[in-house]
Ligand binder design. Structure first.
Ligand SMILES: *Cc1c(COP(=O)(O)O)cnc(C)c1O
Length: 408
């Protein structure tokens, strides 16, 4: 027997999605017939790889060497003191991953799957560029050809990441449709894939899109929650009372929450969405607070819609969580009452960004600062002896310029 070194949970009672890709009434694969066949094959290939401990060992080994896993679970003593020494606050340091966020956890899994399947070419979509950079990085060391689809509006506002992708050897393809942002980039990537699926693997970046992508991405990201569980048991000898994560498409939240899905009677799971300028202003990305149930990009989910029922515009100061929908698993978790979700405004996130930087010396991504911001509401309700864990999805190096603009 080979030694099992990987860190993936496979024995939960929670067992969604079902075989058709549904989390309750969310998810599924509403796509053209040709794509359905391709997705069906992907599902078979993924399930086979997921059952193979040698494959998972290889994914984990790469993440260890290249991304520095396991990331620390850091006791934020100053932050705990700041909130009056009530619950102890721990931070899961996904910001310390190579390329700056949790994205590589998923990308490494999918890129190694592509390689195992004999694909030499990968494609990806990107909004802010973080997923594109992670895919370009994996493609570089696995010696694969890489094309990244990106809306031309995003290309103009995320120059640094565009240059990074090019340096890593990727081709960045400007998408000129629609609002020229993330949603249009996903559509363009899917269309390209449909024509080139014989030799090309599509590495999707969040827990969205048609089945099996939400499951694949959540599975590879579940390494975050598995490590948290192991680390907190080692440090405190018990499970936490609260676990917090920010929510865009939902991958860092789903990955953080997943190993706790059998424990929701003891552990409160809380996701924080981008409330932008306030959900009452209409300028936000809070799909769970304000969305309607629609089919978006191949799956049923909550998404912001306009008065004509079309997918509406989203807004957030933070490009990484500026998305009009939310992954099907989190939509289900909300309706089933297994997790709670709250919007956090730009201003609250910026305040948390400053606080964490100044008192812990950790400059968070502005996306991640949304999760930190919720501590203002949560901490007064906690008691000494309780434990709060916040997943910090990424670091803030990329946000300096944007924040300077904001303050001006
Ligand atoms: C991409 C990104 C997010 C949002 O994506 P999820 O799929 O919701 O996790 C959050 N934080 C950072 C740092 C990101 O790069």
């Amino acid at each position: 027997m080979t030694e099992i070194k990987h860190k993936y949970e496979k024995n939960l009672k929670y067992n969604l999605p079902d075989r058709k890709g549904f989390f309750g009434e969310f998810g599924g694969a509403y796509v053209p017939e040709k794509l359905q066949l391709v997705l069906k094959q992907l599902e078979v290939d993924f399930e086979k790889a997921w059952a193979d401990d040698n494959f998972l060992n290889e994914v984990y080994e790469r993440l260890k060497e290249i991304s520095g896993r396991p990331t620390p679970l850091y006791f934020a003593e100053n932050l705990t003191k700041h909130y009056g020494n009530k619950a102890k606050i721990y931070i899961k340091r996904e910001d310390l991953n190579h390329t700056g966020s949790h994205k590589l956890n998923n990308v490494m899994g999918q890129a190694l799957l592509a390689k195992k399947l004999g694909n030499k070419k990968v494609i990806a979509e990107t909004g802010a560029g973080q997923h594109g950079v992670a895919v370009a990085t994996a493609a570089a060391f696995l010696d694969m050809e890489c094309k990244v689809f990106m809306g031309s509006h995003d290309i103009a506002r995320q120059k640094l990441n565009v240059e990074r992708m090019k340096m890593l050897g990727a081709e960045v393809i400007a998408v000129e449709d629609g609002l020229k942002t993330l949603k249009d980039a996903v559509d363009a990537a899917i269309n390209y894939w449909l024509e080139n699926c014989d030799d090309t693997f599509y590495i999707l970046g969040s827990t969205v899109g048609p089945h099996p992508y939400p499951k694949i991405v959540r599975s590879f990201q579940s390494i975050i929650g598995v490590e948290i569980k192991e680390q907190i048991l080692e440090k405190e000898g018990r499970l936490p009372d609260y676990v917090l994560a920010c929510v865009g498409g939902g991958s860092n939240a789903s990955g953080t929450f997943y190993p706790f899905y059998d424990d929701t009677d003891k552990v409160k799971l809380i996701g924080l969405e981008a409330g932008g300028e306030g959900v009452e202003t209409g300028k936000h990305s809070a799909a769970l607070a304000k969305g309607k149930k629609v089919i978006l990009q191949g799956g049923v989910q909550y998404a912001l819609v306009d008065e004509n029922g079309n997918v509406g515009k989203s807004y957030s100061i933070s490009a990484g969580i500026d998305y009009p929908g939310c992954g099907p698993e989190l939509c289900y978790m909300k309706d089933a009452g297994k997790a709670e979700f709250y919007p956090v405004t730009d201003n609250e996130a910026i305040k948390a960004f400053g606080l964490l930087s100044k008192i812990e010396g950790i400059v968070p991504a502005i996306e991640s600062a949304h999760a930190v911001a919720y501590l203002e509401h949560l901490m007064p309700q906690t008691k000494e002896g309780e434990i709060v864990i916040v997943t910090l999805s990424g670091r803030g190096d990329k946000d300096g310029e944007r924040l300077v603009q904001y303050f001006e």
